[in-house]
Ligand binder design. Structure first.
Ligand code: SAM
Ligand code: SF4
Length: 335
């Protein structure tokens, strides 16, 4: 990876730097997580409507010319897309892309961990809502937790920076808040609990979100006693803590309460090439269309700049500005 490539920085209309892109390389997935899609899955985007790897690479090069230096590969499940490793080999070599991170469900990932280390992948976020086989089967609707655990230990062994993402799901994995936090006792990892959002392919699961960030923290404090607040990294979406005596850290992501919008530095590109300047907007620029109708890099760059100059101040405003309600699956967006 080309470290510290110095390029100009772009700011949005609210003075926030834009330097982080999350790219959903597919909408396909081998799991059916309750909070992400219905049991029988979502209607996948036809293959020809997915961005090709060549198209994605071109867009990333345009973005680095605008000062974007951090990339997260997500999906759907990134390792469910064929030839993902060849794509990763290309993106780690894009000048200016100083960090490449991956979010994965870990089911297919274990065989690739060594190569990911060699490529210099900056970190892996592993989505694990529970380590219990029965609860995993109920939440992810597949019997695959053993493969996720294998990936967990391989990533630790390879010494790649590791974070666990766990969605806190009412009545489904509440006992796992403490069980997953206990992983930080001996492992130098970050375990982050995410508020459930209505991106599940069918609409809101609850009239009111009972397990918000405040309740998660108070549940942790009831069990572990006072938590030590640690310094959050710039633009972090998680508020982070350490349990006294533990090696790793725990964090809470107020993804539904949207407490972190004021410092949001990220944009998203969906698997079919829509730019989202906020997770809650409906897509603000059809990048794939521009690519397929002969736009030049300069034209694409100008459209990006226009979109950045029209960014909603926060997720509530972005949600209010969209035509329909949030019902799409996170699998199309990438989280
Ligand atoms: N398949 C990969 C995985 O699960 O890690 C990458 C894509 S997944 C959409 C990215 C992240 O979004 C995961 O950590 C997942 O738990 C989270 N996520 C999905 N649906 C969500 C929802 N409705 N609310 C909160 N987080 C969600
Ligand atoms: Fe697949 Fe990730 Fe969605 Fe689960 S959260 S269904 S693993 S895309």
């Amino acid at each position: 990876m080309s470290e510290n490539h110095q390029i100009s920085q772009v700011f949005d209309n609210h003075g926030r730097p834009i330097n982080y892109v999350r790219l959903a390389v597919t909408d396909r997935c081998n799991l059916r997580c309750f909070y992400c899609m219905p049991a029988d899955g979502i209607k996948y985007v036809p293959k020809k409507e997915l961005m090709t790897y060549e198209e994605m690479e071109r867009v990333l090069r345009v973005l680095t010319s605008l000062g974007v230096s951090k990339l997260r590969i997500t999906g759907g499940e990134p390792f469910a897309r064929q030839h993902i490793m060849s794509f990763l080999e290309k993106v780690v070599n894009i000048p200016g892309m100083n960090q490449v991170h991956i979010t994965t469900n870990g089911v297919l990932t274990a065989p690739y961990v060594e190569r990911l280390k060699q490529l210099g992948i900056s970190s892996i976020n592993l989505s694990i809502d529970t380590l219990d086989r029965d609860r995993f089967k109920m939440i992810a609707r597949r019997d695959e937790v053993h493969k996720v655990k294998e990936t967990f230990y391989k990533v630790l062994e390879a010494d790649i920076s590791l974070k666990i993402n766990a969605v806190v799901i009412q009545d489904k994995n509440l006992e796992d808040i403490v069980l997953l936090s206990n992983l930080t006792k001996e492992h130098p990892i970050g375990v982050r609990f995410i508020e459930e959002m209505p991106f599940n392919g069918e609409g809101a699961h609850y009239p009111v979100l009972k397990w918000d960030h405040k309740r998660i923290i108070s549940h942790l404090t009831d069990h572990f006693g006072p938590l030590i607040k640690i310094q959050d990294q710039a633009h972090s979406t998680s508020s982070n803590y350490r349990i006294p005596g533990h090696l790793g850290t725990i964090g809470v992501i107020a993804a539904f309460s949207r407490t972190f919008c004021g410092s949001c530095n990220r944009i998203r590109i969906t698997s079919k090439g829509m730019l989202k300047t906020c997770l809650y907007d409906n897509g603000v620029l059809d990048i794939r269309k521009m690519l397929r109708t002969g736009s030049s890099d300069l034209e694409i760059k100008q459209e990006f700049l226009k979109a950045f100059a029209n960014r909603a101040p926060d997720g509530f405003a972005a949600e209010a500005s969209r035509s329909g309600k949030v019902t799409e699956s996170m699998s199309e967006i990438g989280g």
